[in-house]
Design a protein around this ligand. Structure first.
Ligand code: B12
Ligand code: SF4
Length: 367
């Protein structure tokens, strides 16, 4: 590559609050490998300025349901700059590499990119977001293999990332950790210690594994300003662990407790009601997460025990009555929105669905 090489980093679609960390790392990697290079970012199809003619273009990807946009973007740059090398990688391309190759003629980079992994994020690459946090993770992979989760395919080896603190941004007061399973880390003692010494707010963004949040591990987090506490309640089987984890977290600090709740996988609506109710009774916030498969495509498929109308009604209930998709603590609101038992839950969802249908009909044919 010539001196003064030009690289373009492309995020096909920006739907998340943070920029693509993979491309931020690739930017630092390029800047250290090509000290005179120019690196620019772009969201969607376009150019940072008309005169910028990149020699190499890195297109990332995140969610598999947005792969159509990734394909369109790769084609756009391939046509616009036929002499440039167009590379594609990231989570969605790694989950559906054959689809991407067939649609674009570009074979994607699959899985993590070790040279980039060692590079700290380039915080100048904002991709249009305004944020002040440090983004990092102390580990990659996860020792578990939950059937609904893409992590075992994306990051099959569970490994510690030595030197993760090089990723911290100077002056930031909050660290967002994207560890899939922080508590399973073989270096948990040392990393919890580092977090305590840093004296910043820490968001274990992907949740702490309640099954591993025992007395010894929760003691390690004493003095770390965890904000908010996050756990997951993906199956009723982990209820005893979750109950203990929430009370341990509450003993450690009075920060908000949020619980991710998977639904539309192998669960039933009754099972979802049970878990939501349990969380609500523990005065924690439930953050429902609808399961969607790792296949390319926009179509939302109902799980074996769900149907499209129930799914829509549940989504609407979150939209109508709650803010940012989270079911807040108020017991009174919970009971009035979702009812006192699973049967009332199904009835309430059914009436929300019918009400929405009526509204749509009125919009279509106003009197
Ligand atoms: C961080 C994260 C988020 C962030 C968003 C990321 C952001 N930029 O803001 C937040 C918290 C908002 C989020 C939300 C959700 N997420 Co999420 N998230 C992740 C997570 C944990 C990490 C992704 C990441 O950034 N990793 C760090 C970077 C450094 O890694 P990377 O992107 O893979 O990049 C590396 C390589 O891929 C490569 N690379 C990347 N790009 C390129 C390009 C080229 C050219 C090359 C050569 C290499 C390359 O180099 C990098 C260095 O190694 C993944 C799980 C995982 N471990 O991957 C789930 C994941 C992507 N999320 C998932 C899901 C389901 C969701 C939600 C839909 C959950 C829900 N039901 O509400 C929501 C959706 C919200 C929305 N707005 O639509 C699923 C996606 C499944 C799918 N079918 O697509 C995943 C895979 C988790 C899982 N357990 O299955 N998520
Ligand atoms: S514990 Fe979490 S990260 Fe690990 S496989 Fe299960 S869902 Fe995925």
């Amino acid at each position: 590559m010539a001196r003064g090489a030009k690289f373009l980093l492309v995020e096909p679609k920006a739907t998340t609050p943070y920029p693509p960390l993979g491309l931020m790392r690739i930017s630092s990697m390029l800047k250290s490998e090509h000290p005179k290079c120019m690196v620019r970012w772009q969201v969607g199809c376009g150019l940072p300025d008309v005169a910028f003619r990149p020699e190499r273009i890195y297109v990332t990807s995140l969610f598999t349901w947005d792969l159509d946009v990734v394909v369109r973007t790769v084609r756009f740059y391939r046509d616009k700059f036929p002499r440039a090398e167009v590379l594609v990688g990231g989570v969605a391309a790694s989950l559906a590499p054959d689809f991407v190759a067939a649609q674009t003629g570009v074979s994607p980079h699959v899985g993590i990119f070790p040279r980039a992994e060692e590079s700290p994020p380039d915080y100048e690459m904002t991709f249009g977001r305004s944020f002040t946090e440090s983004l990092t993770s102390t580990t990659r992979g996860c020792p578990h293999h939950c059937s609904f989760c893409a992590v075992p395919r994306l990051e099959p080896a569970f490994a510690h990332r030595d030197g993760w603190d090089r990723d911290l941004r100077s002056g930031s007061t909050r660290i967002v950790l994207w560890d899939n399973n922080f508590l399973a880390s073989p270096r948990l003692d040392a990393d919890a210690d580092t977090l305590r010494r840093l004296r910043k707010k820490v968001d274990f963004n992907q949740g702490l594994d309640a099954r591993l949040f025992n007395k010894a591990r929760s003691d390690l987090l004493r003095g770390v300003d965890v904000d908010p506490w996050r756990f997951a309640f993906d199956s009723v089987k982990i209820e005893p662990f979750l109950v203990k984890a929430i009370s341990r977290a509450k003993r450690l600090s009075n920060r908000e407790v949020r619980v991710y709740v998977l639904y539309n996988h192998l669960d039933t609506p009754e099972d979802l009601y049970y878990r939501l109710d349990r969380i609500n009774r523990m005065k924690a916030l439930a953050f429902p997460m609808e399961y969607r498969g790792p296949e390319p495509g926009r179509q939302k498929l109902p799980g074996p025990n769900w149907d499209t109308s129930l799914l829509r009604a549940f989504k609407l209930s979150l939209l109508y009555y709650y803010h940012r998709g989270m079911i807040t603590e108020s017991r009174e609101s919970f009971l009035s929105i979702y009812g006192h038992n699973a049967q009332e839950f199904a009835e309430k969802l059914h009436s929300i669905y019918l009400y929405d249908k009526q509204l749509k009909r009125k919009k279509k044919d106003p009197e």
